[in-house]
Design a protein around this ligand. Structure first.
Ligand code: SAM
Ligand code: SF4
Length: 588
């Protein structure tokens, strides 16, 4: 259907009242993607008589075409203090959660954990309640991932289970509403609504502010969608709500989207263009987390080294980015703004007892200033996640990730600067990318052997529509070869990580306690500076700040643990004393 035709029909449908079968947000989707042909338009015969009663008054106050055009082009960033006018066809009351219970389920990366907290923060302000009991939920929202085919398959399977739950819902109860949020909503758009009719709401990663409105529309039995991407949405003013009251650490989003366009990756298409959150709002969030007693924050971005806060005009003449030697960018060099080293410096000063981590930096622009800060500051963890993806220059060129030849020299450059052998390195690898030969694969194996990563995230290549690889390259490595190569990479990674982690045996390490170990009620678990899991028996110990006092470790405490054994993923040891981050620096 032609988009304008859809605009007008939908506009008419909205004036018919709440029983119309397409929301104005579906309309926004319609306008943004005029090629979409499957959006259902209203059938007046299905309108209930009751809905017509107030037709005249709604007609008078209803939205005009200009309203829709304004809505579709208006910038989405809003200050929390601004009270948003409800759209004319939804009353303020309809936009409220009215104590409806929301169950949120998160899939995928840390960004999605953070997105879940943002979505919940928005819904909580609108009067929704949170439940951790699926059975009592009135609204179920899945925060989804599209990075690989398997991630999406998991969501389709989950939707089938939820369908049963929805059908079993009693007539006497509020109808159950199901929503798909995040990357999968963005990638598949109305395909989800068509394939799974029981999905009521779709919200892309930049549309969480619209959730109250989408849910209000869904209340009346319509499907509602907003998958518009934004150039400036950073949710800077939305303070994410910590989901677990006993949490010791939090993710803090510092930027959204990605401009790198690695040829295999769907992220630039699902999360849109790169944009950075203002430094001031990040610092405010970190301060609040510190006041809440949290002891660790991880700064999140698809490429944190590209962080560039241009919101403060006086810094906009600054020099352009320094690239790591031999690397190039896939986009025009950007200039000005406050950079990641500045942000890291500021964040690390908020609370000397708060550990700071960040992920992910791209190898192409790792600045020396950041290494210097890691070296200097006790509370910036000596942990660097530097995704290599492959050990073959040929494959890296095909991925548009810059030449591999520069990667080892970068790692060598990083290690001494970040202070000796203490630095913990991790990486992502993809097995079986387009055109990858046995020789390329062996080069990746060699890289894993050479660097001895402490942590690794290894994946079989999953072709994604829309990406450059989908259009230009051939997914020519057979599935069984991909899986065999992946297995080999995992085996080598584990062998080398075990060796790397065993260098800790006999050392005393500072561990931030998280809680009980999942495997044993008599053990506690926490994380060391390198983010490795450390397990130790729950025993009484001395508190270095209160000599003579015997204490048991609690979540959020820093303790010193003597490491007695190590595997590829875990360290084990026994606890020596409770301490502080500042005091412990003398031990390491
Ligand atoms: N922005 C980060 C970076 O560039 O390092 C990575 C973000 S991505 C969400 C996490 C990892 O997923 C990537 O580093 C890559 O290893 C993996 N990945 C991305 N697209 C993939 C695909 N199509 N198939 C398999 N793995 C993929
Ligand atoms: Fe994807 Fe590359 Fe961006 Fe990472 S840097 S999110 S891999 S496009």
């Amino acid at each position: 259907m032609h988009s304008l035709q859809c605009v007008l029909q939908v506009q008419r449908s909205l004036r018919w009242g709440p029983m119309a079968s397409v929301s104005w947000l579906s309309l926004r989707m319609c306008m943004a993607h005029s090629s979409l042909s499957s959006t259902t338009c209203p059938n007046p015969e299905r309108q209930e008589a009751g809905a017509r009663k107030d037709f005249s008054s709604r007609l008078a106050t209803g939205p005009t075409l200009q309203h829709f055009l304004r809505s579709a082009s208006a910038p989405q960033e809003k200050l929390s203090s601004e009270v948003e006018d409800p759209p004319p066809y939804l009353t303020m009351d309809e936009l409220l959660g009215r104590q409806r219970k929301v169950y949120l389920e998160t899939y995928g990366c840390q960004m999605n954990v953070n997105d879940t907290e943002i979505a919940w923060s928005i819904l909580q302000k609108s009067g929704y309640l949170r439940t951790s009991n699926l059975q009592e939920a009135d609204v179920i929202l899945l925060v989804t991932c599209s990075i690989r085919e398997k991630a999406e398959q998991t969501i389709w399977n989950r939707l089938h289970q939820l369908k049963a739950l929805k059908t079993r819902r009693l007539r006497s109860q509020v109808p159950l509403r199901i929503g798909i949020l995040g990357c999968m909503a963005e990638r598949l758009k109305e395909e989800i609504l068509n394939r799974e009719k029981m999905v009521d709401v779709l919200a892309g990663p930049d549309a969480y502010r619209d959730l109250p409105r989408l849910l209000a529309v869904a209340e009346s039995g319509q499907q509602a969608a907003n998958v518009l991407l934004s150039l400036d949405e950073t949710y800077a003013d939305v303070m994410p709500v910590q989901t677990s009251p006993s949490a010791t650490s939090a993710f803090v989003s510092i930027m959204r989207g990605c401009d790198n366009m690695c040829t295999y990756c769907i992220v630039p298409f699902t999360r849109g263009r790169e944009r950075s959150r203002p430094v001031a709002s990040i610092l405010e969030e970190v301060r609040k987390l510190s006041e809440q007693g949290l002891k660790e924050v991880t700064l999140l971005g698809q490429n944190v080294n590209s962080f560039r806060d241009n919101s403060e005009v006086q810094f906009n003449n600054a020099v352009s980015t320094n690239l790591s030697r031999g690397f190039t960018t896939n986009y025009k060099t950007k200039q000005g703004g406050l950079r990641f080293a500045h942000l890291l410096d500021q964040v690390s000063r908020v609370d000397p007892e708060m550990r700071i981590r960040f992920t992910s930096p791209h190898p192409k622009d790792f600045p020396d200033e950041v290494l210097q800060l890691i070296h200097e500051r006790d509370n910036i963890c000596k942990q660097i996640h530097l995704p290599a993806q492959s050990g073959s220059s040929r494959v890296l060129e095909a991925m548009r990730r810059g030449p591999y030849s520069c990667y080892p020299s970068l790692v060598i450059h990083i290690m001494p600067k970040a202070s000796l052998e203490g630095v913990s390195l991790s990486s992502d690898f993809i097995a079986g990318f387009c055109g990858e030969t046995e020789e390329d694969h062996i080069q990746t194996v060699s890289l894993l052997r050479e660097v001895q990563y402490n942590m690794g995230f290894l994946f079989a290549y999953s072709m994604r529509q829309k990406t450059r690889a989908y259009h230009r390259l051939k997914d020519d490595v057979p599935e069984e070869v991909k899986l065999r190569r992946l297995e080999e990479l995992i085996t080598v990674f584990r062998e080398e990580a075990t060796k790397a982690n065993q260098t800790s045996v006999g050392c005393t390490q500072l561990v931030l306690v998280e809680g009980l170990s999942k495997r044993s009620a008599t053990d506690l678990c926490g994380r060391n500076d390198g983010n490795l899991k450390v397990i130790f028996p729950d025993a009484e110990m001395e508190d270095v700040n209160n000599p003579g006092l015997r204490v048991r470790a609690q979540p959020g405490d820093y303790v010193l643990v003597q490491i007695t054994s190590a595997s590829s993923q875990t360290l084990k040891g026994h606890v020596l004393c409770r301490t502080t981050l500042k005091d412990s620096s003398t031990y390491c």
